[in-house]
Design a protein around this ligand. Structure first.
Ligand code: DGP
Length: 112
């Protein structure tokens, strides 16, 4: 099981904010912004570069979960960022595809 599958199974504690049949979302353990939530497909695709055409609907669902969680957390007015780190150069550390939802402060661009 990946770490995030363990979180979904309640084997590892996390503040889970949202769940549906295909995706779940929980607060990042090391927040990089006042709001920092991870959106994860239940299917453990290791990284974006390994997703296939069969994952198209699921990837769309992940974005819509990010939109829903952002709205629920009151980020629509101020705005927010959604990021996927893929592979070593991007600093991916958990190899179960996930979206970072960041908001609650002015975010720098380009990111470091
Ligand atoms: P990435 O570097 O893109 O693979 O992001 C992985 C994120 O996962 C990182 O921001 C920290 C977060 N994280 C790692 N371990 C845990 C954990 O046990 N619980 C929670 N809630 N988040 C975790």
């Amino acid at each position: 099981m990946t770490l995030f599958e363990k979180i979904a199974a309640r084997l590892v504690p996390a503040e889970i904010l949202y769940e549906d049949e295909h995706t779940f979302a929980f607060r990042d353990l090391h927040p990089a912004a006042p709001t920092h939530v991870l959106i994860v497909p239940r299917k453990p695709i290791p990284k974006l570069s390994e997703a296939t055409d069969d994952d198209a609907l699921l990837l769309g669902r992940c974005l819509l979960t990010a939109r829903l969680v952002a709205a629920r957390l009151g980020l629509d007015e101020g705005g927010y960022r959604v990021v996927i780190n893929t592979g070593a150069d991007a600093g991916q550390s958990v190899f179960h595809l996930h979206l970072h939802l960041l908001g609650g402060r002015m975010l720098d661009w380009p990111p470091g």
